[in-house]
Design a protein around this ligand. Structure first.
Ligand SMILES: Cc1ncc(COP(=O)(O)O)c(C=O)c1O
Length: 358
């Protein structure tokens, strides 16, 4: 094993029984597979490597998103795009800046390459410490800056001016700014869709796993100027997106009205979850609920672990953060039925909590 990898642990996700309600991974709560034409899929040549299917996927995503074909790279989830960007941009000991909290794969992929990761703490309210961050960029001259917007796990959407300032700071440093917009559909339009097409230093990440509801397919996209896309493609394995995933995703991307309706449904469920979470926060003194522009809510509380464990006993899985820097739970939006069960469990729990039983 390489020295660099000492202390690395597998990203383990525990498998669950079918009756467990999964509100822990920010996935969509409904599968759109019934809208897929399987007679088309039956024609799939599974004896052939995927070539045309990836091209079709990129064309479909281009039409869906408005990004030109030449500025899109399709990955095996945006996880793969993150890893490819690190392989493309990083030599050992290069510096990478990430925020805390933010999506953990940035740091992991950078460290796999032997890069030095500089972590900048978000402000107490999870806003961006813009001055500190730009100072750190100027000081460390990082090759990469990663940032999710809206942020996972806080749900916070940063100001466009803040993102602009970071693009400029990374230009000065001669590094690349990776703006991960995995949850942007829940927040509205990105202000950077035009800019990314000819900007020298900006890469946008998008995924089919969240608002598009296709996490099982593992389809994600890196978007950047043509030259960068060609560069990143040079480290990619040839057939990284499988034909079946590409075909299903292509079919669904060609149904923008369906995806729009699906987004509206998800926004309704997010609003429903917000009420539940607000209600809960009011019942637990000392807890803080953060406004979210994504499909989940973060509730910070010192005793978050107890809450997560209780819900798990009630077969509701939420995401727990329980380290020195963050004690919180993150709850993803589910169906109304799932929300009812969550609400029931939460009111039982808060009654016990108020009575001092917990
Ligand atoms: C901010 C962010 N980026 C990227 C990903 C990875 O998504 P994908 O399923 O496309 O690999 C996630 C998944 O949770 C995420 O939260």
């Amino acid at each position: 094993m390489r020295k660099t990898l000492e202390g690395f642990l597998p990203y383990k996700v525990k498998s669950e029984q079918a009756d467990v309600i999964r509100l822990d991974s920010n996935e969509a709560f409904k599968s759109l597979l019934s809208y897929v034409d399987f007679t088309e899929l039956e024609k799939t040549l599974i004896n052939r490597y995927p070539v045309e299917s990836t091209e079709m996927l990129i064309e479909a995503y281009s039409k869906f998103s408005g990004f030109p074909v030449s500025s899109i790279l399709a990955g095996n989830g945006s996880d793969e795009c993150i890893s490819l960007i690190c392989q493309y941009a990083l030599d050992p000991d290069d510096r990478v800046i990430v925020l805390n909290p933010d999506f953990s794969m940035y740091e992991k992929s950078a460290r796999v390459m032997g890069a030095e990761v500089v972590t900048v703490q978000l402000n107490e309210d999870f806003s961006l410490p813009l001055d500190k961050l730009t100072e750190e960029i100027d000081r460390h001259q990082p090759k990469l800056l990663f940032l999710s917007n809206p942020n996972n796990p806080t749900g916070r959407l940063y100001e466009n001016e803040e993102i602009e300032a970071l693009i400029e700071a990374m230009k000065r440093a001669g590094g690349l700014f990776v703006l991960d917009e995995a949850y942007i559909d829940f927040a509205g339009e990105s202000a950077f869709t035009k800019k990314v097409q000819d900007d020298e230093n900006l890469i946008i990440l998008r995924t089919a796993s969240k608002a598009l509801g296709m996490a099982a397919l593992r389809v994600g996209f890196a978007i950047a100027n043509k030259r960068l896309i060609e560069g990143i493609s040079s480290v990619k394995t040839p057939y990284n997106v499988n034909t079946v995933s590409a075909q299903i995703a292509t079919q669904l991307l060609k149904k923008p009205e369906l995806l729009d309706q699906f987004l509206i449904l998800q926004l309704e469920q997010i609003a429903e979850l917000e009420d539940i979470m607000r209600d809960l926060t009011e019942k637990i003194p000392g807890s803080v609920l953060y406004p979210s522009s994504a499909n989940f809510f973060l509730l910070k509380w010192d005793r978050a672990k107890e809450l997560a464990e209780y819900l798990y006993k009630r077969k509701i899985k939420i995401r727990l953060f329980n380290d020195d820097s963050l004690k919180a739970v993150r709850v993803s939006a589910g169906t109304t039925d799932e929300h009812k069960k969550l609400q029931e469990a939460l009111s039982d729990w808060s009654e016990q909590y108020a009575a001092g039983i917990q």
